[in-house]
Design a protein around this ligand. Structure first.
Ligand code: FAD
Ligand code: NAG
Ligand code: NAG
Length: 190
């Protein structure tokens, strides 16, 4: 396969995993990330067997990270009624890998470390992409530097600046209103 020069914009879980997958196919990756350092918001994140097997194939080693195996999934509606209960008693024999729970910060750190060790990946922090030229293709950094590649992957997250360019109009993310910590504002009657 021809080795492609790829720029990945954004070193979140999406960008880091894309870079690891492309590098394991032999491509040459530069990841550009606005943040100066990884400061991850934390809570639990699930790593199901399919994701775990892919991660392992890209050289991500979970052996020393804090984790617990998931015993099952229960899907609840917002009032707490059980919609579906799925036990994971046989997950290893059925899918060939366990189902893990990790801290999100640990997962991002592990992916970043694996990318850092990979000779096919250059991870550049403190690099904000200011604009894109889709024809060349190239990206221009906030400092003016222009970087060319054969493929540019935009993995710039929920506040993506490139989404509107690709769609040709502004499509802001919409709050579903279902999140418990931020309930929909109540109408107050006068
Ligand atoms: C607490 C919590 C728990 C979650 N649990 C689960 C779970 O169990 N299972 C699951 O599947 N999902 C879960 N999610 C969702 C999942 O974490 C997100 O969908 C995923 O992290 C999004 O990754 P991303 O790479 O698309 O975006 P992000 O993580 O937002 O990464 C985008 C990156 O791009 C960078 N960037 C943006 N603009 C530029 C630019 N112009 N130039 C350079 N860099 C730029 C940003 O700085 C950022 O680092 C959870 C999310 C949270 C917050
Ligand atoms: C995990 O920890 C052990 C013991 O400290 C060490 O020998 C091993 O290299 C570590 N593995 C990884 C992938 O960090
Ligand atoms: C990746 O490409 C850059 C420039 O295009 C080059 O300097 C670097 O040596 C390449 N790295 C690998 C591992 O091929």
């Amino acid at each position: 396969m021809k080795e492609l020069k790829v720029i990945v914009v954004g070193a979140g879980i999406g960008g880091l995993q894309t870079a690891l997958a492309l590098a394991s196919d032999g491509h040459n990756i530069t990841i550009l990330e606005t943040a100066k350092a990884f400061e991850e918001v934390g809570a639990g994140i699930r790593i199901p067997p399919n994701s775990l097997k892919l991660s392992n194939s890209w050289g991500v080693d979970f052996s020393n990270v804090s984790k617990i195996p998931s015993m099952g999934n229960r899907f609840l509606d917002w009032k707490g009624s059980v919609l579906l209960s799925v036990p994971y008693d046989d997950i290893q024999s059925r899918y060939g890998a366990p189902y893990y729970f990790l801290h999100r910060a640990d997962r991002v750190r592990l992916l970043a470390e694996t990318a850092h060790r990979n000779p096919k990946i250059e991870l550049r922090m403190d690099c904000k992409v200011a604009s894109y030229d889709f024809d060349t293709p190239s990206v221009t950094l906030a400092g003016g530097e222009i970087l060319k590649a054969e493929i540019v992957v935009c993995a710039d997250g929920i506040k993506s600046a490139v989404r509107d360019r690709v769609n040709g109009r502004t499509i802001p993310p919409q709050d579903t209103g279902d999140g418990l910590p931020h309930p929909r504002p109540r109408k107050t009657s006068a």
